[in-house]
Write a protein of this length. Structure first.
Length: 113
């Protein structure tokens, strides 16, 4: 799909003034392992999310399914995890955008580890 691409970069959300929030969803996974699992994910809607049109949000959901299938995370509810991320981002949006504060870092309530 035009306009979307996968890119793996070193990024530290804890010290970023750009990240709204970071949510830990499992134990540390080596970057090479993550890249091997996530880079093959197509830029298209997973069958479980049809008929929705592809967005980065749907890629995230696909990635969660891949990480669960590989046994790296245990997500109890993908919809609740998504809502948790939206809530954390909303909570920090104005602080990051207008007050130059850093976003928050959280441990997910919907992923067991």
């Amino acid at each position: 799909m035009a306009g979307w691409m996968y890119e793996m970069r070193n990024f530290t959300p804890v010290t970023s003034f750009l990240a709204l929030a970071a949510i830990q969803i499992g134990p540390f996974i080596p970057p090479a392992t993550l890249d091997a699992l996530l880079s093959p994910i197509p830029m298209q809607t997973h069958e479980a999310d049809l008929p929705a049109q592809f967005t980065c949000r749907l890629w995230f959901r696909y990635a969660i399914r891949v990480l669960m299938a590989a046994g790296h995370i245990n997500c109890l509810d993908i919809n609740a995890l998504e809502a948790e991320g939206e809530h954390a981002g909303e909570y920090h949006r104005n602080k990051v955008a207008f007050e130059r504060q850093m976003g928050g870092v959280y441990r997910s309530r919907y992923c067991i580890f």
